[in-house]
Design a protein around this ligand. Structure first.
Ligand SMILES: [Zn+2]
Length: 335
């Protein structure tokens, strides 16, 4: 199936075209990282930008992942490419004014009961605080400008961070948040809580990285990732994996962590999970592979019906007029 492509400007479209034809990009085939199976069903052949990237579902355990995917070397090239800057950074909220963000964080730092009905920037902190865990030091991997770390700093925690982008590190340091340029492999000390916020789905080898992370955490690990609940998370070639709570827990617990609490935001379908480091490795979290496959097939079907209706309404120029009708049609079709 073709995945619906976002509206982009001419320059972005050109970058995507160049990227698709780039001979420096090498793809590699991988087996499912949960069950090792090489047997999969193709879900989509492109991502939301039109990049030729295949997304598949494992036929044995239901895990959704990119396959074949960019080699480790090609991934490095991709993250430093014009395409990444032009397409990804322009459509993310990367360019928001940082001092404005700091002001907001400082002004609004009051811990509330987490509300998972709607997404808000402090939701992760409200979630962690609601669990009454004891921690002093926090390290965020892939911390960007350090905005998330500010929340922790403002409730009295000692904060640290690693971030691959030199530009982000410089901005953070200019704003008195001392983070280091680097990534998982550059961790040096041990921290009470390690934070991975919208990073885990990008990792090339999550199990290997979790091993390193486990070594550097005294107690806890917090992960926030896009989830598949009523729909499959937005397809983009920077994401190597598309998790449900089952597949996320399966991978993280395998690396020597216990689940303390897990929730998801109804609006964005992001998963919030707090784990505790265990003494022994290989804690076995089990889920029904058959039910997982059934669930993914259902939401895949639902997504495609939704995309087809949207595309028909758009092609006849009646999209905004008939949008309420689309909801009714979906309801009649029992989704
Ligand atoms: Zn599998």
């Amino acid at each position: 199936m073709k995945y619906p492509i976002l509206q982009m400007n001419n320059e972005q479209e050109l970058e995507v075209k160049k990227f698709n034809q780039n001979e420096k990009i090498h793809l590699e085939t991988i087996n499912c990282i949960i069950c090792k199976s090489a047997n999969y069903k193709i879900l989509y052949t492109n991502d939301r930008y039109g990049i030729n990237q295949q997304t598949v579902m494992c036929n044995s355990c239901g895990f959704v992942y990119s396959n074949p995917r960019m080699s480790e070397e090609s991934l490095d090239y991709f993250y430093s490419s014009n395409l990444y800057r032009e397409v990804y950074e322009a459509t993310n909220d990367f360019e928001h004014d940082f001092s404005e963000r700091i002001r907001k964080v400082e002004k609004n730092i009051k811990i509330n009961e987490p509300n998972f009905n709607k997404y808000y920037p402090q939701l992760f902190l409200d979630f962690i605080c609601s669990l009454n865990i004891d921690y002093k030091t926090v390290c965020e991997i892939g911390c960007g400008y350090g905005t998330n770390l500010l929340f922790f700093k403002n409730i009295g925690k000692e904060v640290y961070g690693v971030e691959p982008s030199k530009t982000s590190v410089k901005i953070a340091i200019d704003n008195q948040i001392y983070i280091k340029q680097g990534f998982v492999n550059d961790l040096e000390n041990k921290y009470d809580l390690i934070v991975l916020k919208h990073i885990f789905e990008h990792l090339y080898n999550p199990l290997k990285d979790l091993e390193k992370i486990r070594f550097h955490t005294n107690k806890y690990l917090f992960i926030e990732v896009p989830g598949n609940f009523r729909r499959i998370a937005s397809i983009q070639n920077a994401h190597n994996f598309y998790f449900t709570e089952n597949t996320l827990h399966k991978i993280v617990t395998k690396a020597g962590f216990n689940i303390i609490s897990t929730e998801h935001c109804k609006e964005t379908e992001f998963i919030f999970a707090l784990y505790e480091k265990t003494k022994e490795k290989n804690i076995n979290f089990e889920y029904s592979y058959l039910n997982e496959i059934k669930k993914i097939k259902n939401i895949y079907r639902y997504d495609n019906i939704r995309y087809a209706i949207t595309s028909i309404l758009k092609s006849i120029g009646l999209y905004s007029l008939l949008l309420p009708l689309r909801k009714k049609i979906l309801k009649i079709l029992n989704f």
